[in-house]
Design a protein around this ligand. Structure first.
Ligand code: HEM
Length: 476
């Protein structure tokens, strides 16, 4: 009782098992994580606690408190909860499963590298548009009477995978190297399928001692994924050694060039070495691929369900690009309020992380007036925040117009998280979403082919991506 009283409210917690029975019941009775969290928020307020066994998990489901905690006091919440097995297998390298100095160093370097790629030469915009042109040309080649039917997630998977690969190792996937993309994707998917709740909660020494086969299988799968994603980078290291490739400091081609240059200049050290480069490449692939593809696919599903939104957005885009006589560019962003609102509404609904990552609360504190003990896990629960009707009236409705009534409302959508651990690829992802949605709407009309998933009931989650969505690209 004393422990519970030192945390925000929540359902009554039982000794040892905490709220596990209620969690199972809410998941079953509401039909999913987002609806269960929404119900808990309505019952206990914007800040509520769920006990998983003896550990309190505090969810924050309003924008102001999230900002207060993770931005104003962000320094205190830089450490994420990671599965011990991931830290062990990855030897505490990379960015997605690390904390502390190494994480900070990788984050700083990667942000700077991405920034350099976006500024001046604008490599990012160029690569995204080149990729889109190539993909559209494939679509046009297979058109019959100006119409091509394509599987949305396949189309976007390859587009997004190609953009990331070209930014990381300078190679896009052509029709004849599509199999390489699929192998990378499958290898990563397979390696993460082994990360089950059992494997992530059991202490590593138990896994290593009593479930050695399991442990070895996971470690091997991660190693295979790393080597596969990093194959181009490893080849470049060899080419540099043999003098076949020289890094041009004034014209860095990609993330790998920047990383290797750092290693050349400062010498290999604990942070910058080949092993870390391999891990960083997998981490960036992993974090940047599925998230962006899911947003694009679920976004097109929404647009097909709401064709009037496509018509309005296209009208705006035609005006801005002098009747489609040029491509839409990132510099047009301030002239396309409707497209910006449409993407914001798509991201609010896409809810690609239905359960946000937990940060460690290191000292006793107060959050939104509630006490929170040291050792509690805290997060801005993005999926619950995005269906909070205090900000978004009738949150289940897909309605880009809601932002024209309240300009500041767009800022309340935070799909990339807040604070020190917020999304590293936010600028890249925003550029991809803007250029891909905008330019596709300028080039094609879209119609459904077959059945659409209803999205009005609840937002998507990562597990409910409309994998089978097929749509018609009708050339304008
Ligand atoms: C629509 C696309 C995307 C969405 C919605 C998204 C969202 C997120 C979210 C919610 C987090 C966790 C934030 C937190 O824990 O507070 C995150 C972390 C991260 N994202 Fe993204 N992301 C997207 C695309 C990308 C891309 C394109 C990249 C890079 C290639 C990327 C790289 C990362 C990395 C490295 C992290 C971990 C950062 C850290 O722990 O310091 N993301 N993302």
């Amino acid at each position: 009782y004393q422990k519970v009283s030192r945390h925000p409210p929540g359902p009554i917690s039982f000794p040892l098992i905490g709220n596990l029975p209620q969690i199972c019941y809410y998941l079953w009775s509401t039909g999913g994580i987002v609806s269960a969290l929404d119900l808990l928020r309505k019952k206990y307020g914007n800040i509520f606690t769920l006990w998983v066994g003896p550990v309190p998990y505090v969810s924050i489901a309003d924008f102001e408190t999230s900002h207060e905690v993770f931005v104003k006091n962000g320094g205190k919440y830089a450490d994420k909860l990671h599965a011990p097995i991931m830290r062990d297998i990855r030897k505490d390298k990379g960015i997605a499963f690390t904390n502390g100095d190494h994480w900070q160093e990788m984050r700083r370097f990667s942000l700077q590298t991405f920034r350099n790629m976006g500024v001046g030469k604008d490599i990012m915009e160029t690569r995204i548009l080149e990729e889109l042109d190539a993909r559209c040309s494939d679509i046009d080649k297979s058109a019959k009477n100006g119409v091509t039917v394509a599987q949305a997630s396949e189309f976007f998977d390859l587009t997004v995978g190609s953009v990331i690969n070209s930014i990381l190792v300078g190679k896009r996937f052509e029709e004849d190297t599509k199999h390489v993309f699929l192998r990378i994707k499958n290898t990563i998917d397979e390696s993460f399928k082994l990360i089950t709740p059992f494997n992530t909660t059991v202490p590593v020494w138990i896994l290593k001692t009593f479930f050695k086969d399991r442990y070895d299988k996971m470690a091997d799968a991660q190693e295979i994924a790393k080597n596969f994603v990093a194959a181009e980078a490893l080849k470049r290291i060899e080419d540099i050694k043999s003098g076949k490739y020289v890094i041009d400091e004034n014209n860095l081609q990609d993330y790998t060039d920047a990383f290797l240059l750092k290693m050349q200049k400062e010498g290999e050290n604990l942070d910058f070495n080949t092993e870390t480069l391999k891990t960083m490449l997998v981490d960036l692939w992993l974090t940047g691929q599925e998230t962006t593809t899911t947003t694009l696919t679920s976004g097109f599903n929404q647009l097909l369900l709401h064709p009037e939104v496509m018509v309005k957005a296209r009208e705006e885009l035609m005006n801005v690009t002098e009747n489609g006589s040029r491509s839409l560019s990132l510099t047009d962003r301030s002239s396309t309020p409707y497209l910006n609102a449409m993407i914001g509404e798509i991201q609010r609904h896409a809810s690609i992380l239905n359960l946000s990552f937990w940060k460690v609360n290191k000292e006793f504190t107060y959050i939104g007036g509630h006490p929170v003990d040291a050792g509690a896990l805290v997060t801005a629960q993005l999926s619950a925040l995005h269906v909070n009707e205090t900000y978004f009236t009738n949150p289940q409705v897909f309605e880009p117009e809601r932002y024209s009534q309240d300009e500041k409302l767009l800022q309340k959508i935070i799909p990339f998280g807040v604070g020190k651990r917020s999304c590293l690829g936010e600028s890249l992802a925003k550029a991809e979403l803007y250029l891909i949605f905008g330019n596709l709407l300028l080039r094609y009309k879209f119609e459904p082919h077959g059945k659409l998933s209803a999205t009005d009931l609840m937002p998507y989650s990562a597990g409910r991506r409309p994998f089978k969505l097929e749509m018609k690209f009708v050339k304008i």
